[in-house]
Every structure is written in structure tokens, then in C-alpha cells.
Design a protein around this ligand. Structure first.
Ligand code: ATP
Length: 581
């Protein structure tokens, strides 16, 4: 909490809130003293002018108190909301640059819970802290001092009541705090199951797992509810108990106070003021204790948020980056891997071992290999979505980790294996990597990607794209993602298994259009594919097996002397003839 407050809470807000609160408390606490004066010197001595005088004072003090309370609430509410906004932005900024591993380490659902629910916990506590945490101690201490100056003997009653209250709060909090802490973890479980259910809804139905998933969700839901009930049952006991203590305290004050009045050592007005102080002291103390109940939950949330914000950046820009003069339209670059290896965190074996190659502008490099052989890992290294454990990757002779990521991403355009589209229109999606792309350029890219037909049948470039591109089929999404890659001007175009959802004919047409496109054909193309037919024309083919390069050369060379490539080719010919049979 402290770390987040230092970073995201304005110091002036705290100063403002404290100043207003001090004024509010002091004016508020002075009112019982004035009441005592009215009773003792006004009513008892039939002094009307004194009563009017004190009444006017009370009126103005009340107005000052209300204005001060408003000022404090304004600071507390706006600053806690502002703090929440800043934290959410910081989390989003951080997560956008997370590596794949960081993303899977935290999990999507947990990150969403942290950016929403956890931030709300911080906001709620912060607004109360800027009010209660300031008000309660000032109120408590000032009320005790004022009461003590009126009657040290009667103040003893508070001490006894406070001791009883401390014991009760200690017992209740001892049980409530661990429950509060556990609620955030349970929220994660709930969100995770809900999200998994939503994304996998078709699979769940198709496999008749709806009841199973419903029961699983109900389990987490019930667990969350039971914890909530336990917590609120415990904390709800606090108020009735406080009322009982308050009543007994007042009885004690009246009992002993009336004896003092009978002995003429205490005035009636003081007794009334004393009872007001008793109420304020006990309520302030309870409020303060409540803050200590809510604080653990908020600090659990703060710890979860800090975990994200303090996550070490795995992929960083160099302190003194090389200023690359290359522009996306310069098509004379080379892409070079020099002995590159990559290992996923905590993995025993490398996902990629000692990969070396060099491709020039105008050439196509193809990567082929079985499932899990390291193809995506290799291409993800090019735009630095991951960094190699060993070896150097150079673009245009410059190691890519010596440029800024911004510069690198300007030069590389990639279609990921899983096509991702964003809610908006076809035009907004196509302009994602090239804001200045004209309609003509976009239509050209859609033509090359074999995506223009189905777009023309809709509203053209204004066709709506739903969240995650849900209103398009898998193959259509893939073609649109390819078109988006083409719209961006780049020195290196990467297509990670992007043609797999296309039928043979469309695949062949798309590759031929790509070859004939002046921009793509002059740049470097890196194509990951499962089908030999997709890559047979490549200038260089890398055959991967278990992360190692087991073959490198042209289709002809590999077909002549590489057993792994030969077996891939033969298996696909067999598959083709089997399916034709
Ligand atoms: N986030 C990850 N954490 C740990 N290991 C991973 C992760 N992603 C992939 N791997 C492992 O790294 C290896 C290479 O994965 P990669 O995705 O590069 O294979 P691929 O050749 O692209 O497979 P496919 O053709 O199925 O897409 C696999 O053994 C996989 O299990």
C-alpha cells in the first residue's frame, strides 16, 4: 500500500485532506463544549443573551465543519479515483510489454482481476483512509483530552470501555483478517473458471461437459460466497457489541456523573458534553479498527498489483540504442541468426538449439518441422517477442537487441500463428500497422491475402469486426491477419503457420500473389509452414526437429539428401493420395 501510495497518490491531496479533516474534527468537537456552556451558564442561569451568543457560534462552527467535511470528501474521493486510474494505466502499460512467459506466469484472468477488482479494493481503502484514518485518531485523541479536562475521574469509564472494545475487536479481527485475505485469491478462481467457460463454451457443449463445468463454477462460487458470509457475519457482530458497550458507558457516565453533580463537583451541561465525547471516542475507535480490518484485504490487493508492476522487464531497450537509418521501404537488408539458442524459463531443454542462417532482401526463408519442433519460437525471436539465451540475431548487420524495440518493430511485420483481430472495422484493423494506408493499398493487401471476396460481400472496408473477430471464420481471420501484415511496410515479413487454414488452391494463389507483389517480393519473407507445397519455392528451407536444425538448403537439395525432409515429403504425398483415394 505504501509503495503504491508513494507512486500514485499526490502529496498535495494528502495535505489537503488532512487540513480539511483537522478543521472538521476540531470544529465538530468544540460543539459539545458549547452545548455544555449553554446548559450551565445559559439555561441554568436564565441568561438568554448568552444562549443566543453561543447559538450563533454553534451555527457558524457547524457551517465551517460541514464545509471542511465537504473539502475532505472531495479530496478523498477524487484522489482515490485518480489513484485507481493511474494504477490501472500502469498495469496496462506494463502488461502490454510482458513477455509470453510473464503472461502465462500470471494468467489472463488474474491480470484482469488485478487491474479491476484489486484496484477497486485500493480505491475503497484509500477513500476511507483519507477520511477515517485521519479523522478517527484526531477525533479519538482530541475527545479524550477534552473529556479529561472536564473530569479525569469520569474519563476512567472510557478507559474500561476501550479495554473491553479492544479485546472484542482483537478476537473478531483475528478471524476476519485471514478470511479477507483469502477473498482475492477466490476471486481469481472465479474469474478464471468463468473466462475459461466463456472461451471454451463450444468445446464444453460438444463434449457434454456443461454440467461438469457448471458444478466446477458453482463450487468456486459457493466457496466465494461462504467466505463472504463468514467475513460479514463476523464484522456485523461489531456494531451491536459497540452499541451495547456505548449504552453501558453512558449508563456509567450518568451513574457516576449524577453523583458528582449531587456533590456539586460537576455541572449538568458537562455531563451532556461528556456523553457526546463518549460516543465519539468509541465510534472513532471502532472506525479505526474497521480500517485495520479492511487494510489487510487492500494490502493483499496491493501486493498482487505490485507483483505485476515490479515484474522485471525481460525484454528491454539498450541504454544507448543504435540509430538505424534503415526505413521499412529500404529493401536491401539481411537477416542473420548466428548460433542462436532459446530456452523457456524453467525448461530443462532448449526449445531451439544453435540455429544459424542468413537471408537477403528478395529471398524467402521457410521453416518446416513437426509439432513442437521450435518453428514459432524461431520466428518470435525476430521481432524480439522473446530474447535468445545464446547467439546473436542481426537485421541489416545490426544486432536487434542494440536497436530500440520501436525501430525494430517498424522494420518487421508478422502474422502470428493464432490470428488476432480487434473490435472495430476492417479498415481500422488493416491500418493497425500503417495508419496512413489508403483504401487502395488496403484493397490490394486484401486481394493478395485472398480476403477481398468475403469483405466485398459485406460492407467493404467498413465491415464491422466483433471482439476477437468472432464474426469471421478461422480461415477468414487468418487471411485478414495476413492482409494486415502486408499493409504494413517492412523489411522482413514473417508468416507463422499462417497458411494452414487455407485450402490448397487458395494457399497456392496467395503465395503466387505474394511473389508477384513488388513490396513483399523485394523484402525478406520468413514462412513457417506444415505443408511442403507451401515452401517448395523458398530460397532456403530450414528443417527443425526437436529444436535442432536437421536440414538446411533448397527443396531440391533437401529432397535429395535429407532423410527428415524426405520423410515429411513422403508422408504428405501418402496423405494426399490417401485422401484422393
Ligand atoms: N510458453 C512456453 N513455456 C514453456 N515451453 C513452451 C512454451 N511455448 C512453447 N513451449 C515448448 O517449446 C517447444 C517449441 O514450441 P513451438 O511453439 O516453437 O513449436 P512449433 O514448432 O511452432 O509447434 P506447432 O507446429 O505445433 O505450432 C515445444 O516443445 C513447446 O512445448
Amino acid at each position: 500500500m505504501i509503495q503504491l501510495s508513494k507512486k500514485f497518490l499526490s502529496k498535495w491531496a494528502v495535505v489537503g485532506a488532512v487540513l480539511f479533516m483537522v478543521v472538521q474534527v476540531l470544529t465538530f468537537l468544540y460543539l459539545p463544549t458549547l452545548t455544555a456552556g449553554i446548559i450551565n451558564q445559559g439555561i441554568a442561569q436564565h441568561n438568554l443573551s448568552y444562549i443566543i451568543d453561543q447559538g450563533i457560534k454553534m451555527f457558524f462552527l457547524s457551517i465551517v465543519s460541514v464545509i471542511a467535511a465537504g473539502g475532505n470528501i472531495y479530496f478523498a474521493a477524487t484522489q482515490s479515483q485518480l489513484m485507481g486510474k493511474k494504477i490501472r494505466s500502469a498495469i496496462y502499460r506494463k502488461v502490454i510489454y510482458f513477455s509470453e512467459q510473464d503472461l502465462s506466469h500470471f494468467g489472463d484472468s488474474s491480470l484482469i482481476t488485478r487491474a479491476t477488482n484489486d484496484v477497486v479494493q485500493i480505491q475503497n481503502v484509500m477513500v476511507n483512509m483519507l477520511r477515517m484514518m485521519i479523522m478517527s485518531p484526531i477525533m479519538l485523541i482530541t475527545a479524550i483530552i477534552l473529556a479529561y479536562t472536564m473530569s479525569p475521574k469520569l474519563t476512567l469509564i472510557f478507559v474500561i470501555s476501550l479495554i473491553i472494545l479492544v479485546i472484542i475487536i482483537y478476537l473478531i479481527m483475528g478471524q476476519a483478517i485471514p478470511l479477507f485475505r483469502s477473498i482475492q485469491g477466490k476471486t481469481d478462481n472465479l474469474n478464471l473458471t468463468f473466462r475459461e467457460g466463456l472461451t471454451g463454451v463450444r468445446v464444453i457443449r460438444a463434449f457434454n461437459r456443461d454440467q461438469y463445468e457448471q458444478d466446477r463454477f458453482d463450487g468456486y462460487n459457493r466457496d466465494y460466497m461462504n467466505t463472504g458470509i463468514k467475513v460479514y457475519r463476523l464484522t456485523a457482530m461489531l456494531f451491536p457489541l459497540l452499541t451495547v458497550i456505548l449504552n453501558f458507558t453512558n449508563i456509567g457516565i450518568v451513574w457516576f456523573g449524577s453523583q458528582l453533580i449531587a456533590n456539586h463537583t460537576f455541572a449538568v451541561g458537562n455531563l451532556v458534553a461528556f456523553m457526546s465525547y463518549a460516543t465519539q471516542i468509541l465510534i472513532s475507535f471502532t472506525m479505526l479498527s474497521f480500517m485495520f480490518v479492511f487494510l489487510p484485504r487492500a494490502s493483499a490487493s496491493a501486493a498482487r498489483i505490485n507483483e505485476v508492476l515490479n515484474q522485471k522487464d525481460t525484454i528491454t531497450d539498450p541504454e544507448q540504442p543504435v540509430q538505424t537509418k534503415a526505413t521499412p521501404d529500404d529493401h536491401n537488408a539481411t537477416l542473420e541468426f548466428d548460433d542462436v539458442s532459446y530456452r523457456f524459463e524453467d525448461a530443462e531443454r532448449c526449445a531451439l538449439t544453435d540455429v544459424s542462417f542468413k537471408v537477403h532482401a528478395g529471398q524467402t526463408l521457410a521453416i518446416i518441422g513437426g509439432t513442437g519442433s521450435g518453428k514459432s519460437t524461431l520466428v518470435n525471436l525476430i521481432p524480439r517477442l522473446i530474447d535468445p539465451e545464446k547467439g546473436v540475431i542481426k537485421l541489416d548487420g545490426t544486432p536487434i537487441n542494440e536497436m530500440t524495440q520501436y525501430d525494430l518493430h517498424q522494420l518487421v511485420s508478422i502474422t502470428q500463428q493464432k490470428a488476432v483481430l480487434f473490435a472495430g472495422t476492417i479498415r481500422s484493423n488493416m491500418q493497425f500497422g500503417n495508419e496512413k494506408a489508403t483504401d487502395e493499398e488496403i484493397w490490394h493487401a486484401l486481394d493478395v491475402a485472398q480476403a477481398s471476396d468475403f469483405i466485398k460481400r459485406e460492407d467493404g472496408l467498413d465491415t464491422k469486426v466483433e471482439q476477437n473477430g468472432e464474426n469471421f471464420s478461422g480461415g477468414q481471420k487468418q487471411r485478414l491477419a495476413i492482409a494486415r501484415t502486408i499493409v504494413k511496410h517492412a523489411q522482413v515479413y514473417v508468416f507463422d503457420d499462417s497458411f494452414s487454414a487455407l485450402d490448397f488452391k487458395t494457399d497456392a494463389k496467395l503465395r503466387s500473389d505474394l511473389r508477384n507483389d513488388p513490396m513483399i517480393s523485394n523484402a525478406i519473407s520468413v514462412i513457417v509452414a506444415q505443408r511442403v507445397s507451401t515452401i517448395a519455392n523458398a530460397d532456403e528451407i530450414i528443417v527443425l526437429d526437436d529444436g535442432k536444425v536437421v536440414g538446411q538448403g533448397t527443396h531440391k537439395e533437401l529432397l535429395a539428401n535429407n532423410p527428415v525432409y524426405q520423410s515429411i515429403v513422403h508422408s504428405q504425398i501418402r496423405e494426399g493420395s490417401d485422401s484422393n483415394a
